[in-house]
Design a protein around this ligand. Structure first.
Ligand SMILES: NC(=O)c1ccc[n+]([C@@H]2O[C@H](COP(=O)([O-])OP(=O)(O)OC[C@H]3O[C@@H](n4cnc5c(N)ncnc54)[C@H](OP(=O)(O)O)[C@@H]3O)[C@@H](O)[C@H]2O)c1
Length: 270
């Protein structure tokens, strides 16, 4: 059994620790680092997991999960540089930071795996895409896959696709929230009380997601099944097509991919 240390137990780091405990990991095999003693004490009280400083975490753990904000990475890499070696697996959850940045700043041969998770990790339903760096092999990917399976689903992608992943599943939950918000507004427009509209739409979203996940059917098949000739659904679909909703989604996700590329550029250059 591996010992895992989460470096930076904020929203995502805490969600991962909590998911690992739920999946049956012992608190004794987990560690975290935090900047504020108060936050560390709160996490230890909630989960029974020890906090440590970076050198202790690096010495004790086989897997270091970096979960600080990308702008906080530099001092952490300075701290790690003197205390990790090729026997430690570094897993980065930091949006937009390439594995090459870690490889440049850490001793030669340290295996690095880059992960793009998303916020449903907070409820154990993350979609995480993982990519190996130069020194990470199948055994490292298998460890990361097992870890992240505790908090959702995992896909392997080449690192060159991480900007597309960021645009699709990284930001993806926000698109669904936006859609749900607009549909609740439509309910209000039609005269339904807000609470009723919210209940109808949230459960419809949950039900539709469960059908997609559980039946494995293509979304077109599922949509056609509720689209009867001259019925209500086709009238709505015609309006969605007339307003270019499909084209808007393609353009929106392309714009998110471009922004992800832009944000990553400073790290490609240093
Ligand atoms: N939230 C998301 O939807 C999401 C999705 C995909 C990827 N990610 C990635 O996940 C990472 C974490 O995001 P988050 O939303 O969980 O951020 P967050 O809530 O701000 O968590 C980061 C935590 O790390 C702590 N920290 C910073 N530097 C540290 C250091 N040197 N040593 C120990 N602790 C340190 C921060 O403490 P302070 O409070 O003092 O700053 C904070 O508690 C980011 O890189 C982000 O790109 C997040």
């Amino acid at each position: 059994m591996t010992t895992v240390a989460v470096l930076g137990a904020g929203k995502i780091g805490e969600a991962l620790l909590s998911g690992l405990l739920h999946a049956g990991r012992s608190a004794d095999d987990l560690l975290f680092t935090e900047r504020h003693a108060e936050r560390a004490a709160e996490l230890t009280a909630t989960y029974g997991i020890r906090s440590a400083d970076v050198p202790t975490a690096a010495k004790t753990a086989d897997v270091l999960v970096v979960a600080v904000k990308p702008q906080d990475i530099d001092p952490l890499l300075d701290d790690l540089a003197g205390v990790v070696g090729p026997e430690t697996l570094v897993v980065s959850l930091c949006a937009g930071l390439p594995t090459a940045l870690f490889e440049r700043r850490l001793p030669h041969g340290v295996p690095v795996v880059r992960v793009m998770p998303n916020t449903p990790m907070l409820v154990g339903e993350a979609m995480s895409a993982i990519s190996p760096g130069r020194h990470a092999g199948p055994e490292h990917l298998a460890i990361v896959e097992e870890l992240l399976s505790a908090v959702g689903k995992v896909a392997r992608v080449p690192e060159s696709q991480q900007d597309a992943v960021t645009a699709l599943s990284g930001s993806g939950p926000a698109y669904f929230f936006f859609l749900v918000e607009a549909m609740i507004d439509a309910g209000i427009l039609l005269g339904l009380p807000r609470a009723v509209a919210e209940k109808l739409i949230v459960q419809s979203a949950v039900g539709a997601a469960a059908m997609l996940a559980e039946t494995g059917e293509h979304p077109v098949t599922l949509r056609e099944a509720v689209t009867s000739p001259a019925g209500t659904t086709i009238m709505a679909i015609r309006e969605l097509e007339r307003h270019g909703v499909r084209a808007a989604l393609l353009a929106a996700i392309e714009a998110a991919r471009d922004r992800s590329r832009e944000l990553g550029q400073p790290h490609d250059a240093d």
